[in-house]
Design a protein around this ligand. Structure first.
Ligand code: SAM
Length: 505
């Protein structure tokens, strides 16, 4: 028998009674529910069972959990309750229970309520756990990947998506605590895969307060109904009555604020002249990044001091520098061994023998970098490098920080600044050009347009794909400076109708 108590593989975060009660009250008051059947598929020690019994005393309540001790605890907590006979609790594994038959047998006036496990497939892999669909873990894992579009997915996402397939139309409702990202992924999947109209609401909850974990969590309420707008209203708390955002799908993407998006949709499109890139990837900071200690002398991440030629060293600004506006000076330099991906590195030996010696001294570490991208590449290879990296002027934004703050980066010590691979940037030959594009990016229309696309709770909210969707010429047109844009954007001109077209060379 598996050891169950507080076992990570079971994503075990028991809901406090107070939160479960808040949820059932909200369901009764706001949704006017009076379900015949309530199902808590992973009921744990029974907070939602007790809350449901209190709020909906005439419903039949069914609870299941993989952990027999929890089922025992939940039963025990109900022994003196006058309506305890309305409750059936049984030990069972979510993945082996035939939910579809269960749901089709009883009344269709059903509420599926609870808080499924908070664990991801990669955590399960690390724990060597089989807490996944059973028939063929491998196949199902791939099945889930196909649904979630990701190799790492939350188990609750799969569970929730299953229920959306079987939920009786109009009379069935799903009310589940889960990660905010899980709720919107399920919303997106349903929107793409099921054609029936639905309503979906997300209420943010304070997971730190209720579960003592730093997770962006929510209550996800979902049902199929003919009048449903297929959008998802986001409420900042369980008591908010007006939505703060309207999550929806637009043009094949999930957007955070569909109303804001619709206002600024005309700013989206292609950028022919400027391409967002991400910074250098080397996967070996302790060797490739060094701090200058005196002229020509540097200390690496292992505390080793070396004299190195300046030839291959460039000032480095990392995400934390960009995110905290520390851009006037640099703390570190980075060894840039190539000017394009795959370039032969052997010329370093002649051009900068001390640098070559330094790299050779650390051959072992560099050779054994984990990522397969370094296999069959010249020694000491790096990625995210191209002539654009060496342009003197840049506009950069950290992918990790939760603000839309662009930084105009000037050369430091007469050299172009290099950025790490969590930073997104555009690069320019001249300061004037960089300043002009910086103005476009920091304008209100551009900021509002980008903001409508960004889910700020993501680990890397500001992605290169989002940045690439903003059309700089469209922003220039919006701000009335399309002609100036065309002056900078080589090969582009404005025609007599005020439209951009490719110029003749
Ligand atoms: C996040 S806890 C929440 C428990 C309860 N729903 C609540 O709200 O307090 C997740 C629960 O899922 C249960 N669980 C994990 N894997 C399961 C599985 N395969 N089948 C059934 N229950 C499972 C755990 O034992 C745990 O009680």
């Amino acid at each position: 028998m598996a050891h169950f108590k507080k076992n990570r593989q079971f994503g075990d975060f028991q809901t406090p009674d107070t939160l479960a009660q808040e949820v059932t009250h909200l369901l009764k008051q706001r949704y006017h529910l009076s379900p015949d059947i309530i199902l808590e598929p992973t009921c744990g020690t029974g907070a939602f069972v007790r809350a449901a019994l209190q709020t909906f005393p005439s419903s039949q309540i069914f609870g299941r959990d993989i952990n027999p001790d929890y089922i025992q605890d939940a039963k025990q907590s109900l022994v003196t309750h006058p309506h305890a006979h309305h409750v059936t609790l049984q030990q069972g594994d979510f993945f082996t229970i035939d939910w579809q038959t269960f749901l089709s047998k009883g009344s269709s006036n059903i509420l599926i309520l609870g808080n499924p496990p908070w664990v991801t497939s990669s955590e399960l892999s690390r724990l060597n756990s089989e807490n996944l669909p059973t028939k063929s873990n491998h196949q199902n894992r791939r099945g889930i990947e196909a649904i979630t579009g990701s190799a790492n997915f939350d188990i609750s996402e799969w569970m929730l998506f299953q229920f959306t397939k079987w939920l009786p139309s109009q009379t069935g409702i799903l009310a589940i605590l889960c990660k905010y990202s899980v709720a919107r992924n399920v919303f997106y999947q349903v929107k793409q895969k099921h054609k029936a109209p639905f309503t979906a609401h997300i209420y943010r909850i304070d997971a730190k307060l209720h579960f003592d974990v730093s997770v962006d969590a929510c209550l996800f309420v979902f049902r199929y109904e003919p009048s449903g707008g297929c959008d998802c209203h986001l409420y900042l708390t369980l008591d908010s009555s007006t939505p703060s955002d309207y999550i929806s799908e637009r043009d094949g993407h999930l957007v955070r604020n569909a109303i804001q998006y619709d206002t600024w949709r005309h700013l989206l499109g292609q950028n022919l002249n400027y391409t967002w890139r991400s910074g250098i990837k080397h996967d070996c900071a302790k060797v490739m990044e060094l701090e200058p200690i005196s002229d020509g002398t540097f200390i690496n991440g292992m505390g080793q001091i070396y004299d190195l030629e300046p030839t291959y060293l460039y000032p480095l600004l990392k995400s934390s520098d960009i995110g905290n506006s520390r851009i006037q000076t640099y703390r570190k330099v980075v060894l840039v061994t190539q000017t394009t991906v795959g370039e032969d590195t052997h010329p370093i030996q002649k051009k900068a023998p001390k640098t070559w010696q330094y790299l050779s001294d650390h051959n072992q570490v560099l050779h054994h970098r984990r990522s397969s991208i370094y296999k069959n590449k010249p020694p000491y290879s790096i990625f995210g490098i191209n002539p654009y990296s060496f342009k003197l002027w840049k506009i950069a934004i950290s992918g990790l920080y939760k603000t839309l703050t662009f930084q105009l980066i000037s050369p430091l010590g007469d050299k172009p600044v290099m950025l790490d691979d969590t930073v997104n940037f555009l690069s320019f030959d001249s300061q004037a050009e960089a300043k002009f594009i910086f103005k476009l990016l920091t304008s209100k229309p551009a900021q509002d347009c980008l903001d409508s696309l960004i889910f700020w709770d993501n680990k890397r909210p500001v992605t290169i794909d989002i940045l690439r969707r903003l059309s700089l010429p469209a922003v220039a047109r919006e701000l009335g400076c399309l002609e100036r844009y065309a002056n900078w954007a080589k090969g582009i001109q404005v025609n007599s109708q005020g439209q951009l077209e490719l110029g003749l060379f």
